[in-house]
Design a protein around this ligand. Structure first.
Ligand SMILES: Cc1ncc(C[n+]2csc(CCOP(=O)(O)OP(=O)(O)O)c2C)c(N)n1
Ligand SMILES: [Mg+2]
Length: 361
């Protein structure tokens, strides 16, 4: 018997707006002026909030947090293309997308100061899953949420964010397998920012692309330039359309770069060079989005200046509100680990309170 190929796979890469601001007119999703400007405004706000939070943290006024700088062109356009009924299932580096979905800026500051109140969203039915620091666990949650939505006859999809490092977790493979086998309407978005703390992408996986991991589960995949909000828009539109049409899950690998530290507790100078960072800054998403708006005639320096003043004032106001909140309990998280009392947690809780009392002396 001759050997014969029985399956053939390809992985497509999509870029529509490059780092020089050059637009592929044939692929342009042709956002309206309002859509394009709205997207940029969220990107500026997310960047400003990151910068302000970093300063607060360095001044000892905020706990640790994972900056989203450089990755704004992924979660923001995606959240803007989702519908209210869809589930936003994040990891922890989707600040911009969370804000678009309606998470209040105060909730972000509360959360990153370790206050449980940061997980309490104003609307019961906001369909945002709380930040998931446990790498990978949100992947099965998304499959389950999406499957449940379909089972209940809702026309809703789930969008689940994962880091490149998260794709090495068993949960990734279990979640994707379940989602594909059960045709769950879910879109998996891997934010491939080249680093998982200090582990580079090249050590993370031997796979040529991360997108191809979805092919193993027979789902449509694409690799996009994750610093190009137009490529991200096209990819999420296609994937959500498939999910709503009952065609099951998709995987989007969004190639980007983590421009800042992993969290404020990390020092990237210990494991990566400045040249690499400098090069990545040239490709970051806000510069090219600004060029795109300029060329379309939607934007100018005066509008930019006004927007910067506006987002700075917005962030300043929220910092004031956050710093004037005095009714929080710093040991509150201990009360929510389990529904009932647990000896280990009680011991840790008491230790924590003793430390707080010692430091207060
Ligand atoms: C199950 C689990 N293992 C290890 C960690 C510690 N940890 C926190 S973030 C991280 C790396 C995540 O990298 P990636 O998925 O690429 O996301 P990124 O931080 O780059 O956004 C690790 C190992 C964790 N939080 N959970
Ligand atoms: Mg990463």
């Amino acid at each position: 018997m001759p050997r014969k190929p029985i399956a053939k796979f390809t992985v497509e890469h999509l870029q529509i707006l490059d780092e020089k601001g050059k637009l592929d007119a044939k692929l342009d999703p042709k956002l309206s002026e309002k859509e394009a400007v709205t997207m940029y405004r969220w990107m500026r706000l997310a960047r400003e909030l990151d910068e302000r939070m970093l300063k607060l943290q360095r001044q000892g006024r905020l706990g640790t947090f994972p900056p989203n700088t450089g990755q704004e062109a992924i979660s923001i356009p995606i959240a803007l293309r989702m519908q209210e009924k869809d589930w936003f299932v994040g990891a922890f580096r989707e600040l911009g997308g969370r804000l678009v979905r309606g998470e209040p800026l105060t909730a972000t500051l509360y959360y990153y100061n370790g206050w449980e109140e940061g997980n309490i969203l104003p609307q019961k039915e906001m369909r945002i899953i709380p930040t998931s620091v446990v790498i990978g666990c949100q992947i099965e949650h998304a499959a389950g949420l999406a499957y449940a939505a379909r089972y209940k006859g809702e026309d809703a999809a789930a969008v689940c964010f994962i880091g490149d490092g998260g794709t090495s977790e068993g949960d990734f493979h279990e979640g994707l397998n379940f989602a594909a086998a059960w045709k769950a309407p879910v879109v998996y978005v891997v934010q491939n920012n080249q680093w998982a703390i200090s582990i580079p992408r090249s050590d993370q996986t031997a796979s040529q692309t991360i997108a191809q991991k979805g092919i193993a589960y027979d789902m449509p995949v694409i690799q996009v330039d994750g610093n190009d909000p137009l490529a991200v828009t096209v990819a999420i539109d296609e994937a959500l359309a498939r999910a709503r049409a009952g065609e099951g899950p998709s995987l989007i690998e969004a190639v980007t770069y983590r421009l800042m530290m992993h969290t404020t507790a990390d020092d990237p100078t210990k494991y990566r060079g400045k040249a690499e960072e400098d090069d990545a800054w040239k490709k970051e998403p806000l510069i090219r989005t600004r060029m795109y708006l300029d060329k379309k005639g939607y934007w100018d320096d005066a509008k930019e200046e006004a927007l910067l003043a506006e987002v700075k004032a917005q962030v300043e106001a929220v910092v004031k509100e956050f710093e004037s909140a005095k009714d929080w309990q710093q040991d509150e998280p201990f009360r929510h680990v389990y529904g009932t009392e647990h000896a280990n947690i009680t011991e840790q809780h008491q230790d924590f309170l003793a430390n707080v009392a010692r430091e207060a002396k």
